[in-house]
Design a protein around this ligand. Structure first.
Ligand SMILES: [Zn+2]
Length: 338
């Protein structure tokens, strides 16, 4: 790691040096240097830094999320004073998270909007981090990153939404958690080849077209070290709840931020082609995607659903065919060693 050069001229007041050492131009993967209040690559690609947050989006391609377009607008205006400021008390739940919880955590969390008594930080189904590098793609306000940091990983979270990344920074400070966040696009990762031992993504690739999702997988493969792992949650076309949604929308493929449903065989084939040897396991049934660790926040009828899902998940470890009808699957992949 010592061989990696830090971004030339970078100071800790501008952007955290422990973050800058990993960054490259998302377009051509060239080194970046500081140029005024921005980062610049040798090819002339320029990226604004807003409140110490690098906006490493590729502005001349179609964005996968409206918040990506908004982040680019803030970067191009150069006027961070337009951003809303939040003064969050030590015991308070961040107002952004209070609003976003229904969108980031799924349907069963809708009634917690503006009513969240604590941060729902899930249990990561990964071994202890032992100081290994962890990247989350589509981290929003950072719940999985916080879980990974507590498990001992060195964490970087990316999201196209500047609003989400600002919230992630605030919550990290509030919780006293060390994690790094920046604005970036999974299709154009701004990291050096082989930077991460673990890549994770939850409830993110399901919102991309299958072509865009495949592009993200190729980038995951690139930034993983040899023998590195990825764990990506995806929805199953044969899940009971997923089938219900597909029938409601007449089985059309989906557009914009709609969920795209994948067949288990299609997931395995695509992940094997793009990353390496891959296996499927169950995340849950009946919904996308409540966490057992959040059950105490839910009304009784939802707890019953989560318990039934968790029971089926445990059984699926011994009856693998049950994975075929789970609504939410994990795809675990390994980048082959040479
Ligand atoms: Zn460049």
């Amino acid at each position: 790691m010592n061989a990696r050069s830090q971004i030339e001229g970078m100071t800790s007041t501008f952007i955290r040096p422990e973050l800058s050492q990993w960054l490259v131009c998302p377009r051509d993967k060239e080194n970046l240097r500081v140029d005024g209040n921005a980062l610049l690559c040798a090819q002339g690609h320029r990226y604004a830094v807003v409140e110490g947050i690098p906006i490493l989006l590729v502005s001349d391609v179609e964005q996968t999320h409206i918040e990506g377009t908004r982040s680019i607008q803030v970067a191009e205006s150069g006027d961070a004073s337009l951003l809303p400021q939040f003064n969050v008390g030590p015991k308070e739940i961040d107002p952004f998270v209070q609003k976003a919880i229904g969108a980031t955590n799924g349907g069963l969390y809708q009634y917690l909007i503006d009513n969240l008594p604590e941060y729902p930080i899930p249990n990561l189904r990964l071994p202890p981090g032992q100081n290994r590098m962890f990247l989350e793609i589509g981290c929003n306000w950072g719940r999985w990153c916080f879980s990974a940091a507590r498990a001992g990983y060195r964490v970087i979270g990316i999201d196209p939404s500047l609003k989400s990344i600002r919230a992630a920074n605030r919550v990290a400070r509030q919780l006293g958690i060390s994690a790094m966040f920046l604005v970036a696009d999974g299709r154009y990762l701004p990291f050096r080849d082989g930077s991460f031992e673990q890549v994770f993504s939850y409830s993110t690739l399901q919102h991309l077209s299958k072509g865009n999702a495949a592009s993200v997988l190729s980038e995951i493969q690139r930034v993983l070290c040899l023998g590195g792992h990825s764990l990506v949650q995806m929805p199953n076309v044969f899940g009971v709840r997923c089938l219900y949604h597909e029938i409601r929308r007449g089985f059309h493929e989906g557009r914009d931020f709609d969920v795209r449903y994948w067949r288990p065989g299609e997931l395995l084939r695509t992940f094997r082609e793009r990353i390496g040897p891959s296996t499927l396991s169950v995340d849950g049934y009946f919904s996308l995607n409540p966490q057992v660790s959040d059950m105490h926040l839910m009304p009784l009828r939802f707890r019953a659903l989560v318990l039934a899902s968790e029971g089926l998940r445990r059984i699926s470890r011994f009856v693998p065919i049950l994975a075929n009808v789970a609504d939410s699957l994990y795809v675990s992949s390994e980048k082959p060693r040479l």
